[in-house]
Design a protein around this ligand. Structure first.
Ligand code: ATP
Ligand code: MG
Length: 561
């Protein structure tokens, strides 16, 4: 049973009702059925969390089924990536299934349908077939091949399978009703000829089954009880049921298709086909580019599986399509990263600070708290010395009273360290500030117990010791698209809305403890945001991706416009 405490969504209501009507709880089985024609994206995460979440709630098995019926677009790389992503999200599938494993069974059933006069070989070209389809208000017309004899159909279908014909020469169609009010029921195509190697069946087949013919029968073969898909398949349900009727044994579980709304995310696209274009046209580096809304992109960017699951559960499932603001996803990331990431210091745009009254050549190790959210606080050492870097934007020669950072004559606390006062600046010939000369208050060391150590000053800055800091490449990301709904304007190609400034690369100075960072390690760079060591990061060349800022700075900018 689903937890009593949480309110059920409409999908859970459907299951509960089936159970009340006598459906055996032990017969519950779900599946997640990706087509391996690209990497999974955040929309898929919703479907994964729905199906695997139901599996957990009802202690029912969930299959991972690859819907691999189109060898033209499918690759092994995608199968591997999909498995990795589902696992990373924290889910365990029961069986790993492939629609291609059912090719023989599907073929045998198709032969049965031909024998029963329920399927026929059509030898017209695609255009003629399309023309005869009719319109929603005008019935279709029968194909001149519709009344072929069973024997002729069997012969042609077998020869299609044996590779005797060119692609497009024939198709196998279900014989339903060309006047049906649901256009999908007007003699839908079941098989087409394709002389293509399949990633699993090689060159065994040169006819491939269509989605509608495959999907329901695969659900049935796996004895999936509830087959949840997105709304665009609502009209297909009738055909799903018709195909099931042809093979259904009443002693077995009859799968039930139900639909929920596709999830769309603002400022991006969630369609494998479109994401593939971004990869192929070099807009992004790869499928796992941290700007991509793919699971692998989000992982590389520093998102946690928990935050993605939390996002999916927060938005839940719906009956109508709507757009989810990407800032909600970022909120979920921040919320989890705040709990788990160590706080560290890094300076993205360095300005040198010289503490003129600090002894030359001296270094001291200061205690820095790793994470105030930890139950048992732990600390690390951060070196302090006479020359430091602070963030260039944290200093101004002159500023009004609202500027709580460093200005000439003003004081700030350096995080975990001392209070300093800016005395004067050194500039180059163009007036660019090269150094800020400061004095420090030796009694003000954080945690030293002196009255000065707790003296309140308005601002606290992050910093690194210039001599000890480690250089790191830092990649800062902005939205990949400059509008919320790049697909909305049907007249325009979504590619026209790509934000040309979605990636900025800088060289930062980070505290020496970060030299240990391993790919995938996540941190909070204090006052800057959350960062994650990139997969390319090494001790010799550290590389960090900015996951998300500390606050929703983007919403603020939007509101100002
Ligand atoms: P795409 O257009 O990205 O290829 P798809 O629906 O064709 O999407 P599939 O691999 O067929 O991709 O999808 C696997 C499952 O994930 C299906 O059940 C599908 O309905 C679901 N799914 C795909 N995209 C979304 C989305 N944006 N929101 C919720 N579920 C989705
Ligand atoms: Mg698809």
């Amino acid at each position: 049973m689903a937890e009593e405490v949480k309110s059920l969504n409409f999908i859970e209501h459907i299951i509960e009702e089936d159970l009340r009507n006598g459906f055996e709880k032990n017969n519950l089985r779900f599946r997640f059925p990706p087509e391996p024609n690209g990497y999974l994206h955040i929309g898929h995460a919703s479907s994964i969390c729905l199906n695997f979440g139901l599996g957990l709630d009802y202690q029912a098995p969930v299959n991972l089924r690859f819907d691999d019926t189109n060898p033209e677009k499918e690759e092994r790389e995608f199968v591997e990536a999909i498995k990795r992503d589902v696992e990373w999200l924290g889910f365990e599938w029961d069986k790993e299934c492939y629609a291609s494993d059912y090719f023989q069974q599907l073929y045998d059933w198709a032969v049965e349908l031909i024998k029963q006069g329920k399927a026929y070989v059509d030898s017209q070209d695609a255009a003629s077939i399309a023309e005869q389809k009719g319109t929603p208000t005008r019935p279709g017309t029968n194909s001149p091949f519709r009344d072929r004899s069973v024997d002729e159909n069997l012969d042609l279908f077998e020869r299609m399978k044996n590779g005797e014909f060119q692609a497009g020469a024939h198709v196998l169609r279900a014989k339903i009703d060309m006047g049906h009010q649901n256009m999908l029921m007007r003699d839908p195509i079941m098989y087409r000829i394709m002389h293509k190697e399949h990633h699993r069946t090689g060159s065994d087949w040169c006819i491939y089954p269509m989605y509608d013919w495959t999907h329901g029968e695969s659900d049935y073969l796996e004895q999936v009880s509830h087959s949840f898909c997105t709304l665009e398949f609502a009209m297909h349900r009738e055909l799903y049921d018709w195909f099931l009727d042809q093979v259904y044994d009443p002693n077995k579980v009859r799968p039930k298709q139900r639909e929920f709304a596709r999830r769309n995310l603002s400022h991006t696209v969630v369609s494998k086909r479109k994401l593939l274009r971004l990869v192929q046209e070099g807009v992004v580096e790869a499928w796992d580019d941290p700007r991509m809304p793919t699971i692998s992109g989000l992982r590389r960017r520093g998102y946690t599986p928990e935050s993605i699951r939390n996002f999916a559960n927060t938005i839940g499932i719906a009956k109508r399509e709507n757009l989810i603001d990407v800032s909600l996803l970022e909120f979920c990331a921040r919320e989890h990263l705040n709990k788990i990431t160590p706080r560290v210091m890094g300076v993205l745009d360095p300005l040198k600070v010289v503490i003129t009254n600090y002894p030359e050549g001296q270094t001291e190790q200061l205690q820095a708290e790793n994470n105030p959210e930890e139950e048992e606080l732990t600390f690390r050492e951060v070196p302090f010395s006479r020359e430091l870097y602070i963030e260039r934007e944290d200093f101004r020669e002159e500023a009004n009273r609202k500027f709580f950072r460093l200005k000439l004559g003003g004081e700030v606390r350096l995080k975990n360290a001392y209070i300093i006062k800016a005395e004067n600046v050194v500039k180059d010939d163009n007036g660019k500030i090269l150094e800020v000369h400061c004095t420090y208050d030796p009694l003000s060391k954080s945690g030293s117990g002196t009255p000065e150590s707790t003296r309140k000053v308005k601002g606290t800055l992050h910093w690194v010791s210039a001599a000890h800091a480690v250089k790191a490449e830092v990649r800062l990301y902005d939205r990949l698209f400059s509008v919320a709904e790049p697909e909305e304007d049907k007249e325009k190609d979504f590619m026209e809305f790509i934000n040309p400034d979605s990636l900025e690369i800088t060289t930062a100075y980070v505290e020496p403890s970060l030299a240990e960072a391993k790919p995938g390690d996540r941190y909070q760079f204090q006052r800057l945001g959350y960062f994650c060591a990139d997969k390319s990061s090494t001790a010799d060349q550290l590389v960090f991706n900015k996951t998300v800022g500390l606050r929703d700075s983007w919403a603020k900018i939007e509101n100002k416009k």
